[in-house]
Design a protein around this ligand. Structure first.
Ligand code: F6R
Length: 498
């Protein structure tokens, strides 16, 4: 499906979006959304080329824009999109941070975009994370002036943090703020902890363009993917403007679009509680959703909901269709009751007709795919335990080695133990590599192997404690994961069974 121009796509019918103060478009998934955004950027670049103008674009890092960058690279490679007239300014950089560090936004931008397109190196601007304190203020003022002198931002691409930050403008940021250094919020640092191997390694400061810098852009597109962003996106689009949620300042920008996937747009009133803003077709799914919501809203258990509760909360049409609250409450209560079972794989020889699981065949073959070693027990440990205990044939397949999550200290401990057991004859290479490793360097193949083995033993400990036979546990070690970096390779058909 082609989305020629996102800015003119309607967010929803007028009444539906009456709580919304920022234009937004919700796509089925982040990939088609990113393709639409890349197309808009590409059209802008090409229209500037026709009139021999520069195209000034503000760019973001993080996970949100990656698919947009991938599509821009594809357009460059396959459709000859040139970036010769493009000048970029990145939103932010950690402080202190060296360009060559793999966590630097400089590294990120080159790896994800600049190394793959024909942008002129002198047209790339990324705040420098090595500027010393005594010149920092002037450096930020100069960055700001450079954006203005170049002609101002034609287009600003944004992500949003769970604190409501845009760039690194954390809660408390002022509407008129310019490029400056800022102290990072704890939530922002904990969100970045995984890529720094622990929150203690995440810098406490950053340089960021200001809210004022962003607001001066002629066009702003903010990307939001995933359920974890849905709450802050709702607050930003539907809440009051407040420095506590800096992204709400965008409500006053006349040409902003939030591009969302279904999950990120899921908490908007028109999606989450559609009966509040538009006439409803009360199918079973909507009925359940609305009644559970009504319980939360009124803080009552299902059986205590009254006709008045339904009427006061825009659910009178449900009553009109289905009769009294008493009947509705009982129906919903029974429905929920039947979703609770101690027999996740089905119960043998029982009349289980009203349960969601069939009673026959009683014994099933169950294959659980776990992205990393531990996701199985963390997300469905209780169910896994029951399935084994109730005699089903259970298999667990770990898709990746998960080696990136093992710290260097942990790996060193295991390498040293194994070395001592072998009279100091082996592992000295790994030990030396670990001792001399910089925080930012990529693990050698041997270190990755060791870290993978550690995770493998940990998961075997977990599956054994659930009494699962080792032969039913598979370590696929999918090669796309084995980069030693946060960025993974493309998926392929290959698998390695160890
Ligand atoms: C990155 C930036 C940040 C991110 C935000 C969301 O340059 O300025 O505001 O856009 O933290 O990060 P992701 O996209 O990783 O969820």
């Amino acid at each position: 499906m082609k989305h020629k121009d996102i800015s003119y796509k309607r967010a929803g019918k007028f009444e539906e979006s009456r709580y919304e103060k920022i234009h937004n478009v919700v796509f089925d998934n982040s990939i088609i959304a990113s393709i639409a955004v890349a197309e808009e950027i590409s059209n802008l670049i090409k229209s500037k080329q026709k009139t021999n103008e520069k195209c000034i674009i503000g760019l973001a890092t993080g996970s949100s824009p990656i698919a947009v960058y991938n599509e821009l690279i594809r357009l460059h490679n396959e459709e000859k999109l040139s970036f010769h007239n493009v000048i970029t300014f990145n939103l932010d950089e950690y402080l202190p941070m060296h360009k060559k560090d793999i966590q630097s936004y400089y590294y990120f931008m080159h790896e994800h975009l600049f190394n793959h397109i024909d942008i002129l190196p002198e047209n790339i601007h990324i705040p420098d994370g090595t500027v010393s304190n005594d010149v920092l203020y002037q450096y930020c003022v100069d960055y700001e002036l450079k954006i203005r002198d170049t002609g101002g931002l034609d287009y600003q691409l944004l992500g949003i943090g769970r604190t409501g930050h845009i760039g690194f403008n954390e809660p408390g940021s002022h509407l008129n703020s310019g490029t400056r250094s800022i102290t990072l919020d704890h939530l922002t640092r904990s969100d970045a902890a995984a890529s720094f191997q622990g929150i203690e390694n995440v810098p406490r400061k950053a340089i960021t363009m200001g809210i004022g810098t962003v607001m001066a852009a002629k066009r702003i597109v903010l990307l939001g993917w995933g359920q974890h962003k849905s709450q802050i996106i709702k607050e930003t689009i539907e809440g009051d403007i407040s420095s506590e949620v800096p992204a709400t300042y965008l409500q006053n920008h006349q040409n902003t679009t939030f591009v969302l996937d279904n999950e990120a747009g899921g908490a908007l009133t028109r999606n989450k509680t559609s009966w509040l803003v538009k006439p409803s077709v009360w199918n079973e799914e909507l009925k359940s959703k609305a009644i559970v919501w009504l319980c939360e809203k009124t803080n009552k258990s299902i059986l205590k909901l009254t006709d008045k509760d339904y009427n006061d909360n825009s659910m009178s049409s449900l009553l009109a269709e289905q009769g009294k609250s008493y009947n509705l409450n009982i129906e919903m209560f029974n429905k929920l009751q039947h979703t609770i079972t101690g027999w996740p794989g089905g119960k043998p020889n029982s009349d289980d007709l009203k349960r969601p699981e069939r009673s026959t065949p009683a014994k099933k073959r169950v294959l659980i795919f776990s992205p990393h070693p531990d996701d199985d027990v963390i997300s469905m440990g209780g169910t896994l335990d029951r399935l084994i205990e109730q005699g089903h044939e259970v298999h667990v397949a770990y898709q990746t080695s998960g080696n990136i999550a093992v710290s260097d200290q942990e790996a060193l401990k295991f390498a040293e133990v194994s070395n001592s057991l072998n009279n100091n004859k082996i592992n000295t290479g790994i030990i030396n590599d670990l001792v001399n490793k910089n925080i930012d360097s990529i693990d050698t193949k041997d270190i990755r192997n060791l870290k993978g083995l550690i995770r493998r033993s940990e998961s075997l400990a977990a599956t054994r404690s659930l009494k699962l036979n080792d032969k039913n546990v598979y370590f696929l070690n999918l090669p796309f994961y084995e980069t030693g970096k946060i960025k993974k390779n493309k998926l392929s058909e290959k698998i390695f069974l160890l």
